[in-house]
Design a protein around this ligand. Structure first.
Ligand code: 3HC
Ligand code: NAI
Length: 706
């Protein structure tokens, strides 16, 4: 064994006749320019060294290769390009083996496909997830994958971005061998030696026969094309992937690569790519906080939940699914039985659909215990309160926590709006109190706002983030204010939507314009789904503090007074045929809106879809800027992540603040000033927005200082 050379992030070591090429670029061996250069040099070295008869590629650390270096996107790229590297590997005159463990994703899998033989150990994760970043596999993936595993399987991998494990990869034909042990180096060397003993020659994927039956391949492409057309979720890259695979069918390998490159660069230039990469990075940056740097989390072995209603039950499912035991407290035995039934309902549905076995359900439910006595919480490490949204009741519950919980336990509230500082102040341990604002349904929705009151210790914040990790939630740090980040901003853009409705746009026009923009649902559909009564209760609560000079649209109240709360009552803004979740426009609602316009003295006017988007987004962005300005959100990226994961904001736009940067803050501010001519009380430019425009800066500049 001798060290032959060291080229930056790629090292070469000859072991007998095999040149072991190790990609070593922490954290995920991304293919930055140093790695690309190193790989090329390694192949040149193998070619020129007579003692080398085969090459083995392997990743250092936990992964083979996590893909192209996302941080290089949008910057001038240094040679060699990744397609050139892959072509060089494939052209090597000596056999090249890829020994895969951990992630072989995107460009990482493309490197492996350019190798001549592939082995993957158990635990490996292979995939072409470029589509999730608004891209297509751009280093030969669209040309080599269908040749290796056929059109249908290749398109499936590329258009869904799904990851497959080693066994599935073997079944698909992506890899040749899944060895018994997980010792990648030893297994890779053994496989390469076997190949040498068999005098195996380079076997190039570009020559594979997956497209040999042209007619069958073309039929598969057309079938896939049609299903993808109806399922792109507004994304551009899935159709470009189909186009690239079509090129694989219709042209030579070299011409196919040329077309792939052209399509890849088009995607790279797109705002969708920028938005999706922003979302990817922001989801990782939300974890980076002063508190998580300062303090280690406390242990969480057992969780208490108080309240077994909509939220308590959903949170319990999330905690049970994470493998943690739950102690649930309710007011009385009947409520406790209802709480348990609410949880079981979730699992029963999974059992009915064949997605969970009855035994698995029994195992999960064995982790649940219930009680009507707070003393049962004595051993829990963290407790989450999800009782009625009433400060007096919550104070009573927290007094019980103070009495029974062990020292060092974390006390959390799931309140949507109440003042957590005030709640913390009623206990003798405000340093242990935090807000954990889950979203409904709590076992499904990814967002978890972690609301940090002024006295919370760094350790408690770190513990809340640790819980988020265990529950596989996307956490966003928020400060205390009415509605925190998400619901506070929601109240403002929702008011903008109500104003547009009273001024002449119909709820269905507004909803459709926003769906076309990429939202999962429009605001009126959301109200009908969540239940109009929830917002109504909040509006009534706020009525006492509302400035009578502020515009207040009463249409929602008129619907609620009729008991029209949305889907659950069969009508709301829309009318729902019995049992249906699809609403249809309701002429009676139109009549109510007309009546309200007359009462308010409004002469209705037409709105274009573009104007609807501009007003809705300007309201969202302006309040987002206020939330950052006041330190409720640490950075604009926290607002973005909250909206993508909690409010159906189109991921391909990155989030409202990223969208604002994309259209230009000057243009957003101009809009707000123009709208202010009609309603200066509502449209007040955020001081942060004004300052950024004056400095010629954008929201992204504030993310960099985080
Ligand atoms: N480039 C640059 N940085 C990357 C990266 C990449 N491809 N993938 C991950 N990272 C960074 C993350 O940003 C994070 O940085 P941070 O510590 O500063 O926050 C760090 O690596 C660790 O990432 P995770 O927290 O995600 O670590 P995990 O261990 O949970 O997951 C992973 C590792 C499975 C590799 C996951 O990071 C992942 O899925 N990465 C993206 C994979 C991907 O989309 N690859 C395709 C890229 S596009 C491409 O290859 C184009 C080609 O076709 C030409
Ligand atoms: P819910 O009415 O469905 O459930 C409340 C439960 O608390 C009931 O089962 C009730 O019996 C129980 N309870 C009341 N007082 C109690 C006490 N003193 N001790 C023990 N149990 C008690 O209410 P929901 O919707 O689950 O809301 C709970 C909390 O979650 C509220 O603070 C709400 O603002 C918040 N929240 C609600 C969301 C939603 O979409 N429903 C979303 C996010 C937060």
């Amino acid at each position: 064994m001798n060290i032959e050379s060291q080229t930056g992030a790629v090292t070469c070591e000859r072991r007998g006749k095999i040149l072991v090429v190790t990609i070593d670029n922490a954290p995920v061996n991304a293919l930055n320019s140093a790695v690309r250069r190193g790989l090329t040099e390694a192949i040149e070295k193998a070619e020129s060294d007579d003692q080398v008869e085969a090459v083995m590629l392997i990743g250092a650390g936990r992964n083979f290769i996590g893909g192209a270096d996302i941080r290089e996107f949008g910057k001038p790229s240094l040679p060699p390009t990744l397609p050139e590297v892959c072509n060089r590997i494939e052209a090597c005159s000596k056999p090249v083996v890829a020994a895969i463990h951990g992630a072989a994703l995107g460009g990482g899998l493309e490197v492996a496909l350019a190798a001549h033989y592939r082995l993957a150990v158990a635990g490996a994760k292979l995939g072409l997830p470029e589509v999730e970043l608004g891209l297509l596999p751009g280093a030969g993936g669209t040309q080599r994958t269908p040749r290796l595993i056929g059109v249908r399987a290749a398109l499936d991998l590329m258009t869904t971005g799904c990851r497959v494990d080693a066994k599935q990869a073997r079944e698909l034909g992506l890899v040749d061998r899944v060895p018994a042990s997980e010792d990648t180096l030893a297994e890779g060397l053994a496989y390469t030696q076997e190949l040498l003993a068999l005098k195996a020659r380079p076997r190039r994927t570009c020559d594979a026969a997956g497209l040999a039956d042209k007619a069958a391949a073309a039929a598969e492409l057309e079938a896939a094309h049609n299903s993808i057309l109806g399922n792109t979720r507004g994304l551009v890259s899935p159709l470009k992937i189909v186009e690239a695979v079509r090129a694989a069918l219709e042209h030579s390998f070299e011409e196919g690569l040329r077309i792939e490159r052209k399509l890849f660069l088009e995607c790279m230039e797109s705002s969708q790519r920028a938005g999706l990469v922003h979302a990817f990075m922001a989801e990782r940056d939300v974890w980076k906080l002063p508190e998580t740097r300062q303090a280690a989390p406390r242990r969480i072995d057992q969780v208490g939940i108080v309240g077994g209603g909509t939220m308590g039950a959903g949170i319990a499912v999330a905690v049970l699914d994470a493998g943690l035991p739950v102690v649930m407290i309710e007011r009385d035995e009947a409520s406790l039985a209802r709480g348990r039934a609410n949880i079981e309902k979730v699992y029963d549905r999974l059992v009915e659909r064949g997605r969970m076995s009855a035994d698995a359900k029994a195992t999960v439910m064995a982790r649940w215990s219930g009680s009507t006595r707070y003393e049962s919480l004595a051993e829990v490490d963290l407790v989450i309160e999800a009782v009625f949204e009433d400060i007096a009741i919550k104070q009573e519950v927290f007094a019980q926590f103070d009495r029974v919980l062990k020292p060092g336990a974390t006390l959390a509230t799931n309140t949507s709006y109440l003042d957590i500082d005030a709640l913390a102040a009623t206990t003798s341990r405000p340093q242990d109190v935090i807000g954990l604002h889950f979203f409904s349904p709590a076992n499904i929705m990814k967002l978890l706002e972690i609301v940090v009151p002024s006295k919370a210790s760094a350790e408690v914040v770190a513990t809340a983030f640790e819980l988020a990790k265990k529950l596989r939630k996307v956490p966003v740090r928020a400060g205390v204010c009415d509605g925190f980040i998400g619901n506070r901003i929601l109240a403002v853009y929702r008011a903008a939507a109500d104003a547009m409705m009273e001024d002449g746009a119909s709820p269905w026009q507004i909803d459709k314009a926003l769906r076309d923009f990429g939202f999962a649902m429009g605001p009126f559909q959301v109200t009908d789904l969540a239940g109009g009564d929830i917002g109504w209760a909040t509006r009534k609560r706020r009525a006492v503090t509302r400035d009578p000079e502020d515009r207040y649209v009463q249409i929602g109240d008129r619907l609620c007074e009729r008991g029209w709360f949305g889907q659950k009552t069969g009508r709301g803004y829309y009318v729902y045929a019995s049992g249906s979740r699809e609403g249809t426009p309701d002429p009676e609602v139109e009549a109510i809106i007309d009546e309200e316009r007359r009462r308010a003295g409004v002469t209705p006017r037409d709105f274009s879809d573009d104007e609807i988007i501009r007003r809705y987004m300007a309201a969202m962005i302006n309040e987002g800027a206020n939330v950052v300005h006041e330190g409720i959100a640490l950075r604009p990226l926290d607002v973005d992540v909250a909206f993508v994961h909690g409010y159906g904001f189109p991921r391909f736009r990155g989030g409202p603040m990223k969208y604002a940067d994309t259209v230009g803050l000057g243009s957003v501010l101009d809009d707000i000033r123009r709208f202010a001519n009609e309603d200066p009380r509502f449209w007040r430019p955020s001081p942060l927005l004004v300052e950024l425009v004056e400095r010629g800066a954008d929201f992204a500049s504030l993310n960099q200082h985080a």
